[in-house]
Design a protein around this ligand. Sequence first.
Ligand SMILES: Nc1ncnc2c1ncn2[C@@H]1O[C@H](COP(=O)(O)OP(=O)(O)O)[C@@H](O)[C@H]1O
Ligand SMILES: [Mg+2]
Length: 405
Amino acid sequence: MTTRVTFICSSKKVCDELLAQAPGMPGVEFTAHVGSARTLLAVLQKEWADVVLLDFPVADEQALEQIEAATLQVSGTPVLLVSPDLSLPFLKSAMRAGVRDVLPAPVTVDTVQRAVDYVQESKSISSRFPGAGSMVLAFVPVKGGAGATFLATNLAEALAELDKRVLVIDLNLYFGDAALYVANRKPTASVVDMVLQARRLDATLLASSVLRTQGGVHILPAPDLPGQLDAVTPDALEALILLARMEYDFVMLDMSRTLNPMAVKALDLADRIYMAVQLSLPAIQGLKRLSTVFQGLGYASKLSVVVNRLDKGGAIRLEELVYAANMPVKRTLPNSEAAVAASVNQGVPLIRLAPRDLVARALQEWARELSPVMTKPGKHWFKVLSHQSGMTLFESITLSRSNAS
Ligand SMILES: Nc1ncnc2c1ncn2[C@@H]1O[C@H](COP(=O)(O)OP(=O)(O)O)[C@@H](O)[C@H]1O
Ligand SMILES: [Mg+2]
């Protein structure tokens, strides 16, 4: 199938150089214009492109605003920038303006190939038949340190080992550290960046923004520094979680005990809420209170108590917790201090670091019980653009159109 790539080059020289290098790539139809961010809206409205590449030699705020206006008005065609600035701050502002990726300048045949790869990868993502059987699992510590983050991230790894597509969303927006538990944290977009993009969030943007662990788990980490949290709304978070549900078999929500509107929205959307608790008196007290609040919020049918770090010879017995909290315990995990500490400190999932450890085995068993998950055909997110006639806004010069097979 032909991929239609449209370039907006900053000068005729750039266009000429590129066209000289790219006499005709098989399966690619490209159109080049001389123009700028101002031209983008007209190109998006008038052209039937699979991807638009915009040459962006100088970082320019006004130009980013023009891009934002254009991508908001015509969503559905991915816009990639070609820029000498590949810094994370620039990438973030570009993404906020609706750009899907920033490729390194100068524009070469390689850039075209990357744009084509981008489109093809997007199409393959959309055809992976995301599932109605997918599950949103929330992990809430009854008391800080109960193990919610460890369980969410390491169960995610165990599910990925079973070939499940798993996304961990760190909803500890202030000081979340889920990514550290299973990955070497690299600079990446955060869950806040995604939520702020809610209006134009789609599968491609999500897939290109997540942090990927070696085991194949995708993570949306908390931001490095809390900022812009006011702009994060429950509706925007809902859009993110609903999209994640379409794209993944399992969406793990790593949460804190704080009950703000965001947390309630996340819990509303969860299929199961695992309350992580350890056997201690304050934890039992906390479990009683939390389960009362959760039942009041209508979550009774999806609540599960997970007793973590169960120490058979401990001062408090499991039966006492069941009795005191008046809730059945669905799952227990043993205590494995040294192995778990090593896993967390090295950022290596426990099932990889110590596969024979008892906690690792318990996580694998948990993952097997949660699988298999049915999948069903999904939707294409590429919207068909309405093809309009008349190109009065089109101030660029169409230089060439080379057609290949
Ligand atoms: N089953 C376990 N055995 C031993 N240590 C554990 C276990 N689960 C968690 N931990 C330890 O408890 C600490 C706190 O866990 P964490 O997941 O950060 O708690 P939370 O997210 O509930 O605040 C982790 O650093 C980890 O070392
Ligand atoms: Mg935590």
